[in-house]
Design a protein around this ligand. Structure first.
Ligand code: ATP
Ligand code: MG
Ligand code: FE
Length: 377
């Protein structure tokens, strides 16, 4: 099926078009530049930017794919989670398009879409950076995925700006189970906060990823949250947070560390701190994810979310999965951060699985749980 996907949950206006598991176009307009001076996304500004960007983004996407709205079989839109006002712009546009064209509309979960994008084939000449670097396998769709069929024992590691979760996926269209998650900050949030502490600006993830390459990750040892025995327990008697993460203590430890250098009148070793912080985040994310997979018999893992663009996370998770006999599927970099193609990719899975569309009565849900893949009619 030819599916058009619309994304507007945060500061990216995205329209993507897929045919089954083949990516045709992925057009993204970001209002990031307008938020930089505030050090974070301002919801009202993001909503207005979606309003300005939606129609040109839609037109560009259709044109690049060489298709018209009449050719489209279904429309998919992010219904949550995300910023309420931002979601409303995309949802309203999608409903209007669906009514005007008579096409079925799917209201889908942004987080599941971050994971579902891994089912696309690496088409359009987009090579998978991680696969090229020899870490992990490429996207699951690359030659291995017959339409709508997934391997059994599939999991997903979702690491984004607002969420950090390990999921068991029995069916990407209607059976997603949460095995573990962060109990405070998300990984992306921690990157953004630490970048601010280090004066690296916004968004913090790419900035820390870059500067960390010049630093020594072993120069400082930052805490790994929720790894003490009382939280972990044993394989037989699992502790209360065996598969969960916590990043707020790490953020505080970085702040203390910077204060100490400043109090001594010493220059703050920004690159070393960034590298040591990144190592702490990536170490605990990958070790707990691999543990959860091993103990649930998961043998294939889809990596997803904006922080999945992080080079060290891709590398270490890839290595640890390989050692554990788990295949990690890593999407191309430009499909990790928010975009419309991921929404279209999940929409196509829903169509192929014969799931009923959502109609046009639904309201966006800023805190939609990851277990709700799409809104039922
Ligand atoms: P959610 O998907 O949970 O609703 P979101 O849509 O705001 O949140 P994403 O677009 O998935 O988040 O990801 C954005 C986050 O990814 C930001 O926190 C950003 O700092 C982080 N990020 C992007 N690139 C990198 C990178 N190379 N290394 C680390 N973090 C990164
Ligand atoms: Mg964004
Ligand atoms: Fe996102």
């Amino acid at each position: 099926p030819l599916v058009l996907g619309i994304e507007s949950s945060c500061d990216e206006t995205g329209v993507g078009i897929v045919r089954g598991t083949t990516l045709l176009t992925n057009t993204v307009s970001s209002s990031m530049d307008e938020h930089v001076r505030f050090g974070g996304v301002i919801p009202e500004i993001a909503s207005r930017a979606h309003l300005d960007a939606f129609v040109p983004t839609l037109q560009e996407s259709l044109q690049a794919a060489g298709v018209t709205l009449e050719d489209i079989d279904a429309i998919a839109v992010t219904s949550g989670p995300g910023l309420a006002g931002a979601l409303m712009v995309g949802v309203c546009a999608a409903k209007a398009l669906a009514v005007a064209t008579g096409k079925p509309l799917y209201a889908i979960n942004h987080l599941v879409a971050h994971v579902g994008v891994g089912l696309l084939e690496a088409s359009n000449g987009k090579s998978d950076a991680a696969a090229a670097a020899g870490v992990g396998a490429g996207p699951l769709g690359a030659g291995t995925l017959a339409a709508g069929t997934l391997p059994e024992n599939l999991g997903a590691l979702l690491v984004s700006g607002g969420h950090t979760e390990i999921l068991r996926i029995r069916s990407i269209t209607d059976d997603v189970e949460l095995l573990g998650s962060t109990i405070d900050d998300a990984a992306g949030e921690a990157y953004d906060k630490v970048a601010r502490i280090l004066g690296l600006g916004y968004p913090g993830g790419p900035a820390i990823d870059k500067v960390a390459r010049q630093g020594n990750p072993k120069s400082i040892r930052f805490p790994r949250g929720l790894t003490q025995p009382k939280y972990m327990g044993t394989a037989e008697e699992k502790g209360p947070h065996r598969y969960d993460w916590s990043f707020s203590g790490l953020k505080t430890a970085v702040a203390r560390c910077v204060e100490q250098f400043e109090a001594r009148g010493e220059e703050v070793p920004v690159a070393d701190i960034a590298a040591a912080f990144q190592e702490a985040v990536v170490d605990v994310i990958s070790s707990k994810a691999v543990l959860a997979c091993k103990e649930h018999g998961i043998t294939n893992v889809l990596l997803g979310g904006g922080v999945a663009a992080n080079s060290r996370l891709r590398e270490l998770t890839g290595q640890r999965c390989t050692s554990a006999g788990i295949t990690l599927h890593v999407p191309p970099l430009d499909l990790c951060t928010d975009n419309g193609a991921m929404v279209a990719a999940l929409g196509a899975q829903l169509v192929m699985a014969g799931i009923a569309p959502s109609g046009v009565e639904f309201a966006p849900d800023s805190s939609m749980p990851v277990t709700t893949v799409s809104v039922p009619a």
